[in-house]
Design a protein around this ligand. Structure first.
Ligand SMILES: [Zn+2]
Ligand SMILES: [Zn+2]
Length: 152
C-alpha cells in the first residue's frame, strides 16, 4: 500500500469509530489533504476540494480537518498567522519549520544536533522531552526569496 492508501485506510477506521461514513465529500477532502501541498489552510483545501466536487462547503472541510486532527492523522500549525495550516502525520517522522515573514515560504528541517541538545537541556533540568515544536521565523536572504523564485 502507498502511504496515501494507508492514510485513507486510517481515516476510514477513524470515521467508523465515530459512526461516520466515508462520503464522497470526505474522501475528496482527505485526498486533497494527503496528496496535495503540505501546510495548507482550510481555504486552500476548500479551493482544491471544490475543483473535484463543487458542492463541498467550508463547514465540511472544517469538520473533516478537525476529525483528522483529533484522530492524530493531521497536525495543526498556527505559524504566526490567524489561520491554521494542516499537514499529514507520518508515524515516527519528525521535523520542524522555518517560516519566512516576507514571502510566507514554509521550509521543513531536521537537525539532530538541535534535537540532542534539547533532550540534554531538558534532562539537565530534570525533565524528559515528550514533544516539541520549533517555528523559526526568518527572512529569505537578498536575491534568494522563494516568492521571486516562484514568479520567475
Ligand atoms: Zn521569503
Ligand atoms: Zn511540515
Amino acid at each position: 500500500m502507498t502511504s496515501t492508501q494507508t492514510q485513507l485506510a486510517r481515516f476510514r477506521a477513524l470515521l467508523s469509530k465515530e459512526g461516520l461514513k466515508l462520503t464522497s465529500q470526505r474522501k475528496v477532502i482527505a485526498d486533497v489533504f494527503f496528496t496535495g501541498a503540505k501546510h495548507q489552510s482550510l481555504l486552500e483545501l476548500l479551493e482544491q476540494a471544490k475543483v473535484k466536487q463543487k458542492s463541498i462547503g467550508y463547514a465540511t472541510v472544517y469538520r473533516t480537518m478537525r476529525l483528522l486532527t483529533e484522530g492524530g492523522l493531521a497536525v495543526e500549525h498556527k505559524f504566526g498567522e490567524n489561520q491554521a495550516r494542516y499537514e499529514p502525520v507520518h508515524d515516527g517522522e519528525h521535523h520542524d519549520h522555518l517560516i519566512c515573514l516576507d514571502c510566507g515560504a514554509i521550509v521543513e528541517f531536521e537537525d539532530p544536533m538541535i534535537e540532542q541538545r534539547q533532550d540534554r537541556m531538558a534532562a539537565d533540568r530534570g525533565f524528559e522531552v515528550v514533544s516539541h515544536r520549533h517555528e523559526v521565523y526568518v527572512r529569505c536572504l537578498p536575491g534568494q526569496c522563494r516568492r521571486d523564485a516562484a514568479a520567475s
